[in-house]
Design a protein. Sequence first.
Length: 263
Amino acid sequence: MQNRRLLDKCPVLLECFIAINLAFLAIDVYIAHSINAFAHRAEWIPFIVSIAAVPLLLVARFMGSTQVNRLTGVGVGWVSIFVGVGGMLYHLDSQFFVDFTIRSLVYTAPFIAPLSFAGIGLLLIMHHTVHEESLEWGRWVLVMACVGFLGNFVLSLCDHAQNGFFDWREWIPVYASAMAVSFLMTAIVQPRNAPFLALCVLILALNGLAGVVGFYLHLLANLAAPAESVRESFLHGAPILAPLLFPNLALLGIIGIMGFSRK
């Protein structure tokens, strides 16, 4: 009975997931754009959007009608998509479209990072347009998690290629995210296979563990790096929040699998 009650809370868990992610995106954007002190005014847009979206969604959820909540969620979703796609094009234009080389792709601003906003936006739109009791709801959540892990694969590959994978442990997120993508793709087309879904949960848990270990290693690297101050070390060193994408997406994948389990 208790398990059933937990499974029924999947939509609420997804809403909490979205709100927390928008809040952390504000922190991540602030850290990333502080490197050049927000040199361009456009760099404030994702920060302002993520800061404003959280209270707006919460007010609509707890104080508005069902229709108001739905319209707010869909509206914030579309704004997030525009911010994400626009940010990706803005990052690519910084260097990649000038040189159009693999080197410029690796060393330019992380072009996939802004798509986190697009992912959150798609989740919001899906949540408010697909019936939460349907099998498609869980399937779409898994699709988003799978795409997120694909982004993690590319980001891990590009970021660690900057130092030529000097430490063998830098390959761990590459292999872990690739494994998550392959397992989730299979789960999307086999949502009724309970033993395989249990294996997927294990793979997601291992990805979450890899992310926590990665956070610890990035933290140690920044504390040990020679810099004028700790702040400079964290601004220009290993991206401290990047590894936390792994447990974050692992949680999203588990929410999707829980959605399957309700049926």
